[in-house]
Design a binder for this molecule. Structure first.
Ligand code: SF4
Length: 711
């Protein structure tokens, strides 16, 4: 049971000190933390009673309070004046201006000329209300969010194969009892350190862990085995492992017969991925491929986990389906301590993809082109189903439509810094400049906010309440600890005020954030992600509730798929997928693979973490990781400055030579903007199903900064 108020009313110098159990503002683990607000400011400690992190926090969690009192905090709306400079404005003036400009632009260009861009860190209530704001207040189909850049391939593959996308369809408590874990493209030792305790417990019980990654990351170095894959070849590796499982009769024939379909076609495809051929494609030795397959095939409880490595590719869905095929062939899905899971990254990466901020989605993980879902939502929103727009543009398509005929002319951005996080970011920044009117709600003047016509200062994690859904599908409550600074409003308040000004007073009047959640519960009733049985009171009385939870007396669903799959025929679907080339192979001009990722001490676009001194001390600039042999061939040493170039642009880095990376690959983190932006380089080639850009691999070259031939 979670204590809401651990201690309160202790008077210190006339000020009350209160400790409240809440959750970290950063990643999808959503570690429980006790936050104390007192005369000396806000401090945090790990909440040992919360079963996810059991008291552990990473350095980002420990330093989270730094953002609350930061001198860069926005404390008043800003409106760009005739000279092109920001000037403070009252809330009424700023909101009136936004409503008027949205109205003018839609009167000229139609409802879809105004777009909305959300984020995977927004609470479930904000996610829900942002989707409602787009469809009801603006009547636009054009809403999408930055989760399209994170989790969409894993989500699409899970839905296609298993009928439902809940990142982990089992609780974290299953991990220690898995006997063998195949972990593809996740560096949890750096991105989610408290999660490592589950893997360490698994290893302590004698379990085996095999990490697939082009780099020998901290996670790969810890694992039992590291498969240093050539970037962009995951489907070949997964098919090769499946080939050995079939060849050596290590598959679960009864499970395949009774609970799946499509296996014969997969068997036919897997036949051409013999280990020697897969070694040539992936660079992973044949013996390691065979060992991995035999290890998984003889395990009592095999588990396959994927993350952004295989997913952030133009073949991301196929890659993930190929890994899911392994779990299905092993008969592991739906069994305790076994199965397939996708490790979600962003703070509300799971809930953020369930409640209607995607272009093709209504709340509860319903499809917007499903007539039954439209009728249900029309009833909740109090309008005819015909008034709900149809499918809009996905994130990158939305952004690149700016400035084009029938493209978006104006946009509201909430909880996202797309000027840094979008692929091919230079092009995106140019597109944003072409908007007639850009509104950004944020707590700092992010790179995207700097380009806005109106900036609205919004409240942060400890200043507001709301639910989030962590990477295992546990719905939890982030509680308000302190009041927002004067002049700052919550995103919920902002959306309600704008909704009223756009003529929808009835639909945007709520007594509280909890009232928004109660409407979300009604909206999700009967949907795949059914929250209707979850309430703030239940979360307060427990450690969170796993969805689906269709009624107040339902206990929630920690484990999915035990009795069946929510597919069209109740069976899990194998998908026959082939290895296909990445969108951009290295060439003579661009001879190296470039891959991108996260660091321990930074988070996403860095809007918060680059303003946190302790984190800047740990990782104050982006380093390009280059193998010593590659560096030597180019005459480079650690500390040298280089420009990385791709067909899209350039970015400047300091060299870090390390033998932990493949000689044909360069790694850069993506947390910085401007000339240090890794996304100046990345390729926006989209997966045809998920619309996920190919962040994880493109072709690059390295130029020394002092190279006279470098332009
Ligand atoms: Fe926060 Fe994630 Fe670190 Fe936990 S692991 S403290 S949720 S950033």
């Amino acid at each position: 049971m979670v204590c809401l108020l651990l201690s309160a009313g202790e008077l210190l110098g006339g000020m009350s000190e209160a400790t409240i159990a809440t959750h970290c503002p950063y990643c999808a683990l959503q570690c429980g933390m006790n936050v104390t607000s007192g005369p000396d400011g806000v401090t945090v400690s790990g909440n040992a009673a919360f079963p996810v992190n059991k008291g552990g926090l990473c350095v980002k969690g420990w330093t989270a309070p730094d953002t609350l009192e930061h001198p860069d905090r926005l404390r008043t709306p800003l409106v760009r004046n005739a000279a092109g400079l920001f000037a403070p404005a009252t809330w009424d003036d700023a909101l009136d201006l936004i409503a008027r400009r949205f109205g003018e632009i839609q009167a000229r260009g139609g409802p879809d000329s105004v777009g909305v861009f959300g984020g995977g860190a927004l609470t479930n209530e904000k996610t829900y209300l942002l989707g409602k704001f787009a469809r009801v207040a603006l009547g636009t189909s054009n809403i999408d969010y930055n989760g399209r850049f994170c989790m969409s391939s894993g989500a699409a593959a899970s839905t296609m194969a298993l009928g439902l996308d809940r990142g982990l369809p089992f609780p974290l408590q299953d991990i220690p009892q898995a006997t063998v874990i195949l972990l593809a493209g996740a560096n949890i030792a750096e991105t989610m350190p408290p999660l490592m305790q589950y893997f360490e417990a698994q290893q302590a019980r004698g379990g085996t862990s095999i990490v697939v990654d082009p780099r020998k990351t901290a996670t790969a170095a810890w694992a039992s085995q590291h498969l240093a894959i050539r970037p962009g070849t995951d489907a070949a590796l997964a098919n090769g492992i499946l080939h050995v499982l079939i060849r050596d009769n290590l598959i679960d024939a009864a499970f395949i017969r009774d609970r799946t379909d499509g296996f014969e076609e997969v068997r036919r495809i897997a036949a051409i991925y013999w280990p020697q051929r897969v070694e040539e494609i992936t660079g992973i030795p044949e013996a390691a491929i065979v060992d991995t397959a035999r290890c998984l095939g003889t395990a009592a409880h095999p588990m396959v986990l994927t993350a952004r490595g295989p997913e952030q590719q133009s073949q991301g869905v196929n890659n993930t389906l190929a890994y899911i095929n392994i779990a299905l062939a092993l008969g592991a899905v739906g069994r305790p301590f076994s199965g397939y899971g996708c490790l979600t990254g962003q703070g509300n990466g799971q809930g953020g993809r369930e409640h209607g901020q995607k272009a093709d989605q209504l709340p509860g993980y319903r499809r917007i082109d499903d007539e039954i879902a439209r009728t249900h939502m029309a009833d909740v929103w109090g309008l005819p189903a015909s008034a709900i727009p149809g499918v809009g543009k996905s994130a990158f398509e939305l952004l690149t439509s700016i400035g084009r005929a029938r493209g978006v002319k104006s946009m509201l951005v909430m909880g996202s810094n797309i000027a840094v996080s979008a692929p091919n970011a230079q092009v995106i920044r140019e597109r944003l400049k072409a908007l007639d009117f850009l509104v950004v709600a944020d707590f700092f003047l992010s790179e995207t906010a700097q380009m806005a016509h109106v900036v609205l200062p919004s409240a942060q994690w400890a200043e507001e309440e709301g639910t989030l859904t962590n990477l295992e599908g546990r719905v939890l409550l982030r509680r308000r600890v302190v009041e927002p600074p004067g002049g700052v409003r919550t995103d919920i308040e902002i959306l309600c005020e704008l909704g009223k000004r756009l003529g929808h007073r009835r639909q945007f009047s709520y007594a509280s954030t909890e009232a928004v959640f109660d409407e979300l519960r009604r909206a999700t009733r009967g949907g795949p992600a059914d929250y209707s049985g979850i309430s703030y009171a239940r979360i307060n009385a427990t450690d969170g509730v796993f969805w689906p939870c269709p009624s107040p007396d339902h206990s929630g669903t920690p484990r999915l798929f035990a009795d069946g799959f929510p597919t069209d025929n109740g069976r899990a679907h194998f998908h026959a997928v082939s290895h296909r080339s990445i969108a951009e192979e290295p060439t003579g001009e661009y001879p190296l693979f470039l891959t991108t990722g996260r660091l321990l001490a930074q988070y996403q676009s860095g809007t918060q973490t680059r303003r946190t001194r302790a984190l800047q001390d740990l990782a104050g600039e982006p380093l390009a990781e280059i193998h010593p042999a590659t560096a030597s061939a180019l005459g480079l040493s650690s500390g040298d400055r280089v420009t990385l170039r791709t067909r899209r642009g350039a970015a400047v880095f300091t060299v870090k030579t390390t033998a932990t990376i493949r000689p044909d690959t360069v790694f850069v983190p993506f947390h910085w903007g401007g000339e240090q932006s890794a996304n100046n380089l990345t390729n926006a080639a989209l997966d045809p199903t998920s619309k996920m850009p190919e962040f994880k691999v493109c072709a690059t070259r390295i130029d020394r900064i002092d190279d006279p031939d470098a332009d």
